[in-house]
Design a protein around this ligand. Structure first.
Ligand code: AMP
Length: 354
């Protein structure tokens, strides 16, 4: 197999884990990332240190690579389209467009036949008050763009919660008010589509968030076979509709009757899929590299149950304890400085498959 080169836009831990999976399959990797010595560049062949939309850097990336992918969903769509004129870009840039704006995303997901929370577009304080009235004073207000890990959000739990000044408090930017979903649990599915249209999904994970950040993913999720099947079907519909190539992560709320409400999708490998490196022969990272590199997808099935826990901020101090355990796979991200809320690594604890 000849060594092809994969370009990765973004230099964080997801890019790092993609580059490591790529190297195992004889691919070289080039990272485009403005921050020098990024987590991804530490394990890649080369880093172009420049802004994601720098025209000269994009031209250099296209000239060095056989295919380009990305590790975060806020890659400028214009940059992805510029690259796509001279080199295949997977997942396709229209997946970025669908995922970057929560309003566009919800409409797209609904068009795929998948339910979401009800929503109203909010472009002013008046819009917000009208939308809250429609939802009985409850709802979750989110910025349409650039929100992550619960940032850029405000929850209204009852009509007594004052909305005064809320539009301005979130920056006066375009917002969406979602109806409040009384969910029983949160799950996600990670699935991949190859260039020939083959789709392979990993088993759904059950996710617990703390302070808006993923804390643990537990596999198997406590859901029925019918709910798991519905998650797979939703992934199939989204991947097929986008003519997608690569791995996608889709998050859902599970209602008391087992039905699913899609919350959001990420056109990339996903934090709630990190455990696949320990509980499957082929991880989400390798699956993504296989898909964008034009190789057959792995499809072996899960060999173990597990719990993945993020190591956030000072959790990094617990690493020596984890390393003493025989059942834990530790993965660290090469970040020299720990800050509250910063993802420093993760650990997956394996148990026998039930
Ligand atoms: P998000 O940034 O959309 O992933 O939201 C972060 C977290 O807020 C989710 O994982 C849920 O726990 C909660 N959340 C988001 N949207 C809603 C909603 N419409 N109803 C209830 N809880 C929500």
């Amino acid at each position: 197999m000849s060594a092809k080169t994969i370009g990765i836009i973004g230099g964080g831990q997801l890019g790092r884990m993609l580059a490591m999976a790529a190297a195992r399959l004889n691919f070289r990797t080039v990272i485009l990332e403005p921050q020098a010595d990024s987590p991804a560049a530490q394990v890649a062949n080369h880093q172009i240190t420049a802004a994601y939309d720098d025209p000269a850097a994009l031209a250099e990336l296209a000239s060095l690579c056989n295919v380009v992918t990305y590790e975060f969903e806020n890659v400028p769509v214009g940059a992805a389209e510029t690259l796509a004129a001279s080199v295949p870009v997977y997942p396709p840039p229209k997946a970025l467009e669908a995922a970057q704006d929560r309003l566009v995303e919800k409409r797209f997901i609904n068009d795929c036949g998948i339910p979401t929370a009800k929503f109203h577009s909010v472009d002013s304080q008046e819009d917000l008050e009208a939308a809250l009235k429609d939802f009985g004073g409850q709802g979750v207000l989110k910025t349409r763009r650039l929100g992550y890990d619960g940032k850029g959000q405000r929850v209204f739990r009852s009509p007594a919660d004052s909305a005064e000044g809320a539009f301005a408090a979130l920056g006066g930017v375009p917002l969406v008010l979602e109806s409040f979903v009384a969910f029983e649990r949160e799950v996600s599915i990670i699935a991949a589509r190859a260039t020939d249209g083959t789709i392979v999904a990993f088993d759904p994970a059950e996710n617990i968030h703390r302070n808006g950040i993923l804390h643990t993913s537990t596999i198997p999720a406590s859901i029925s076979d019918a709910t798991a099947k519905a998650a797979r079907q939703a992934a199939d519909a989204i991947l097929t509709s986008l003519g997608y190539v690569g791995v996608i992560g889709i998050e859902f709320f599970v209602l008391a009757d087992g039905s699913l409400i899609a919350n959001e999708m990420a056109p990339r490998v996903h934090n709630s899929g990190h455990w696949t490196e320990a509980a499957y022969v082929v991880s989400q990272f390798e699956q993504h590299i296989r898909a964008v590199g034009g190789l057959p997808l792995g499809d072996a099935g899960r060999h173990s149950d597990c719990v993945m826990q993020n190591l956030i901020g000072d959790d990094i101090l617990t690493v020596p304890d984890w390393l003493r355990r025989k059942d834990a796979l530790v993965h660290l991200y090469g970040k020299t400085e720990s800050r509250p809320g910063r993802k420093m690594g993760h650990v997956t604890v394996l148990t026998a498959k039930t």
